[in-house]
Design a protein around this ligand. Structure first.
Ligand code: NAD
Length: 390
């Protein structure tokens, strides 16, 4: 008999496919929402026929009132979640609808957390720290992507310390999420590449994580195959609905996988780059991935050799070690093909920050599931390798 046991978290309801956004109003009404705060940014709010415009039509048809917060920032800050909370209380709202990418969803989750679990979110960083449910939350996703529309993670940046931290709790999982690929057709190529590489890293890290299980393995394998076969196409032609649809499927699978099997040093270190330099999260992840996994490789070469095969590399006749190395090469190739820069110099990183960032990375909630246990010097060396990359 197997001794394996694990909890498995899934989103309760996810609407997937072209034009599912039209069901938003009806579903908000079913949840009893009378006046949600819509959490989004100014660009998405004013995008003609974009996600917000379509969401508002659907809410109006269903007779659901709303109030809009349009101040979401990349790498959302504590002042963003405080502003949403203030608006929620002032307008006597009763629920939250996030519309955007990971930054919008995390802003909405963060606001929900401080509305019901205490005002100082820094005290709630960590795993399963929330005692009370958030207000009802629906997430309409517009990037593929972070998976935040269905995960238990809320990633917030403390603007005073430049530290990005995570509140991980089953209570953060939105009640309903929407993944409509037609809302992603106008995402520019560079953002498609960055968010797509984030989804890729979120499939690779849980595959090699110490917390992986057979269900997350299946999700990672399918996500990696979908990304291999569609990310380049989605970057080359954003209006390719088939490629967009496959990328949404992949980001959902990867989101579910890391929701359960957790991540690793790529995310623990990417949070430092994002917090220090306010750099796009997907780019930070993509820049670090090959150097973290090169370091991790000796922990489980067989699993890395499997990754090479999953990515479509021909491993026939190769030793396990050589096949594993091929996986790292394929990761670099994917990032290069979609236009990710080679070195973390591109996002303004400075070697004098590496020691401080390494120390913080080892405390990040994502570090604990990494397959190889590193020292501070190991992490500094990985930052340095990603900096020296040519
Ligand atoms: P984002 O939400 O920061 O959005 C980036 C930009 O894309 C914004 O300017 C936005 O206006 C624009 N945009 C969004 N949708 C668009 C569309 N359909 N068309 C055109 N432009 C569009 O980017 P992201 O990568 O989705 O989110 C990154 C954040 O998510 C980071 O803070 C990261 O740490 C966090 N994250 C959270 C989780 C989680 O589970 N909570 C997981 C991974 C990452």
């Amino acid at each position: 008999m197997s001794e394996r046991s694990f909890d498995f978290l899934m989103p309760s309801v996810n609407f997937f496919g072209p034009n599912v956004i039209q069901k938003l109003g009806e579903r908000a009404k079913m949840l009893g929402m009378q006046k949600p705060v819509i959490v989004t940014d100014h660009f998405l709010e004013t995008l003609p026929n974009g996600a917000v415009a379509q969401a508002l039509v659907s809410l109006q048809k269903a007779g659901v009132d709303y109030v809009i917060y349009n101040g979401v920032e990349a790498n959302p800050k504590i002042h963003n979640i405080q502003a949403v909370k203030a608006l929620y209380l002032k307008e006597q709202a009763d629920s939250i609808i996030t519309i955007g990418g990971g930054s919008a969803h995390d802003t909405g989750k963060g606001a929900g957390i401080i509305l019901t679990n205490g005002d100082d979110i820094t005290q709630l960083a960590g795993i399963e720290t929330l005692n009370n449910p958030l207000p009802p939350l629906i997430a309409v996703n517009t990037t593929a992507g972070t998976g935040s529309e269905l995960t238990r993670h809320a990633v917030i940046t403390n603007e005073a310390t430049h530290l990005k931290f995570v509140v991980v709790s089953w209570r953060n999982i939105p009640l309903v999420s929407f993944n409509d690929p037609t809302l992603m057709l106008e995402v520019p190529a560079s953002l498609t590449a960055a968010t797509g590489m984030d989804a890729f890293v979120q499939a690779v890290e849980p595959y090699v994580s110490i917390d992986h299980n057979p269900i997350t393995d299946a999700q990672c394998i399918e996500a990696i195959k979908l990304i291999e076969s569609s990310l380049r196409e989605a970057v080359a032609n954003g209006h390719n609905l088939d490629a967009r649809t496959k990328m949404v499927e992949a980001e959902m699978l990867a989101g579910m996988a890391f929701n359960n099997a957790n991540l690793g040093y790529v995310h623990a270190m990417a949070h430092q780059l994002g917090g220090q330099y306010d750099a796009p999260h997907g780019v930070c992840c993509a820049l670090l991935l090959p150097y973290v996994e090169q370091y991790n490789l000796i922990a489980d070469p067989t699993r890395f050799a499997e990754l090479a095969e999953i990515m479509g590399e021909n491993t026939t006749g190769l030793s396990t070690r050589d096949a594993a190395e091929l996986a790292i090469k394929a990761m670099k190739q994917l990032a290069e093909d979609v236009g990710i820069p080679r070195s973390i110099k591109a996002i303004g990183s400075k070697p004098e920050d590496f020691a401080m960032m390494a120390e913080n990375a080892l405390q990040d909630g994502n570090a604990f599931s990494n397959p190889r246990k590193g020292t501070k010097q190991d992490i500094i060396n990985i930052f340095q390798a990603a900096y020296d990359a040519k």
